[in-house]
Design a protein. Sequence first.
Length: 186
Amino acid sequence: MGVVGVLLIVAAFGSPARLSVVFAPAIFPAVALVLNGLRVVLYRQPAATVPVPARAAEVTDDGLDASSRVLLWRAQDAIAAVTSSEVCRAGLLDSASVNMALADQESDIAAALRDQARIRARRAELAPGSPGPMTAAVVSGQVHAAQLAESSLASRVEALERYAAEVREADAAYRDWKRAASGARR
């Protein structure tokens, strides 16, 4: 997304402050996780040894349409990549915080996707043949708001996927470090 895309998004929300309110919930957990990982790696501080809380309920794709289901699966794949990573298992990430933040992200994304799927289905039911100008203006505003919400959720999923890619890179660096350390002992 270029400068023009960012300006269009800011214009749609009216101000950068409103835009930050929409994207902050997706950005802050990712930043916190990265900073905690840096703390562990750079300062050699051990990750917290707090027990990992059990998930309240399994997040399923019930009630989702096809496009929402794909987004949820992408989010779940990214989350699984992080939680099953070697650096997470080795305690280089704060497993309790990571698991809790990612479970929250997964359930929030699933709930929002369910809402969007329900709204899309309802909008399809109510699609009039030829709306008048006032109805068309209302529907147009609703469609635009739905597109912004869908774009926001897709951005959250993409952020999870980028985080998973960074964790995979950390896994590769960790494996390389372990090979170098074992080679130095010989």
